[in-house]
Write a protein that binds this ligand. Sequence first.
Ligand SMILES: Cc1cc2nc3c(=O)[nH]c(=O)nc-3n(C[C@H](O)[C@H](O)[C@H](O)COP(=O)(O)O)c2cc1C
Length: 435
Amino acid sequence: MTITLASPLTLPCGVVIPNRICKSAMTEGIADSNDHATEKHVNLYKSWSEGGAGLHISGNIMVDHRYLERPGNVVVQDKSGFAQLHQWAVAATQAGNQFWAQVSHPGRQCARISSGQPLSPSEVQLKMLATFAKPRAMTEDDIQDAIQRYISTSLIVKEAGFTGVQIHAAHGYLISQFLSPVTNQRTDHWGGSLENRARFLLRIVKQARAALGESFPIGVKLNSADFQKGGFTLSESAQVAKWLSDEKIDLLEISGGTYEQIKLLGHTGEESEIENPELDKNVRESTKQREAYFLQYAQTIQNAITIPLMVTGGFRSRDVMQEALANKELDMIGIARPLCIDPNVPKKLISGEMTTAQQHAPKLWSGAFGPASKNKIFRMVNIFGDVAWYYHQILKLSENKALNPKIGLLRGFFSHFYREYKIGLTRKWVQRNRR
Ligand SMILES: Cc1cc2nc3c(=O)[nH]c(=O)nc-3n(C[C@H](O)[C@H](O)[C@H](O)COP(=O)(O)O)c2cc1C
C-alpha cells in the first residue's frame, strides 16, 4: 500500500500518529517571568492542533532555570507551573494529535542575559557579538545532574499530559556539544572517541526509557552533521543513529547545523565543511533535494536504523513530500516555518487543497552582506533578523492577533534584541525578588 501524508504511523512503542506531518519544534519565547507556560501557549497550540498535523513538538523546554536558550523559555524542573503545563497539553492535543515536549539544555548556546557562565563539555566559547558568555567545563557532578534533569523534566511533562518527549540533541545545544569534537575536548570518558562523546545522549535515552516506560514515545532530534570544520560528521551521525535505534527510541528526527552554521534554516555560514562533497553537489542539483535539504543526508542515516525516521528542513511542496513517503525515504515529514504563516498548512496539504506551503519571511541581504558574509555583524543581522521574523509571527498567533508579515530584516533584528533583553531583565527582577 502506498504511504501518503494521510497514512497513520505506528511507533515501536505502539502509539499511533494519525498522519505523517509533524509540526517541528519552534521556541515560543512566551513564558511568564516564572518560566511557566501561559495563556499564550494555550492559544497558539489550540490553533496549531486544529491545523491538522499528526504530531506537534513543543519549542525547547529547559531542564534548568539557570540556563536558558532565550528569555521566555518554559522551564520544567519541578511541579511549579504544573497547572499551566497541563492546560497547555490539553489545548495542544485537542484534535487527537500527539504532542511531545522537546526537552533541552542550551549548554554554551545560553543567552548571556540568563547566565554569565553557562555550562559546556569544555571551555569553548561561542563568539557571536558577545551574546554568549565563556562556558565552564562541566564537572562529573554537573554531568550527572544534567542527565537527571532531562529525566525529571520528562516525567513531569508526561504527568502533565504531554503524549511523548523529544530529546534535543541537535543544533549545537548541550547534547550536540558533547557530540562535537569542536566543543567537546574532554579527555575523560565523556570525550574523545565517538562512543565517549555519545555517552551523554545514550545515558539520557536509556534512563528516560527506564523512567517513562515501554509504551511512552521517546524521540531524538539529531544533526545529520554540524557542517562545521572538525565538527560532528555524517558518518558519526549514522553511527549514533544506529545506537539510538538499538535503544528502540520511537522516532529519529534529522536536521543539521548549529548557531555558527545555520544549515537548519537552509543557510550556509562562513566555514561550511561537508564530509562528502559529491553528496552536497547532488543536493544542490536535484530540485527535490534542494527543497528538502537534509533528505539526501538522511538516506545514509536511514540505512543504519530500523526505527521510524523524520526529516525536517525545507519541505514545502506536497509532491515532494508524497514522493519521499511513497519511496520510503522517510516516515514523517517535519515542517516548521510555514506554520507561522498559516496554522492550517498540514490540513490543507493532506487534503490536497494546498500544493505548496508558503514561507514568506523577510528578504535576506545577499553576497558580501548576506548570511554567509565574512563579517560577523552582517551574518548575525541576516540570521537573527530572519528568525526574529518568525518569532514575531508566533507572538501574534499566540495573542490571537493578525500576523505582521511586513517587518523587515533590520526591524526584526533590533526588535528581537529589545524584546529579549526586556523579558530577560524583568525575569531576573521578578525571580530575585521572589527569593
Ligand atoms: C522561529 C524558529 C524557532 C525554532 N526553534 C526550534 C527549537 O526550539 N527546537 C528545534 O529543535 N528547532 C527549532 N527550530 C528549527 C525548526 O524545528 C526546523 O528544524 C527548521 O525551521 C527547518 O524546518 P522548516 O524549513 O520547515 O522551517 C526553530 C526554527 C524557527 C524558524
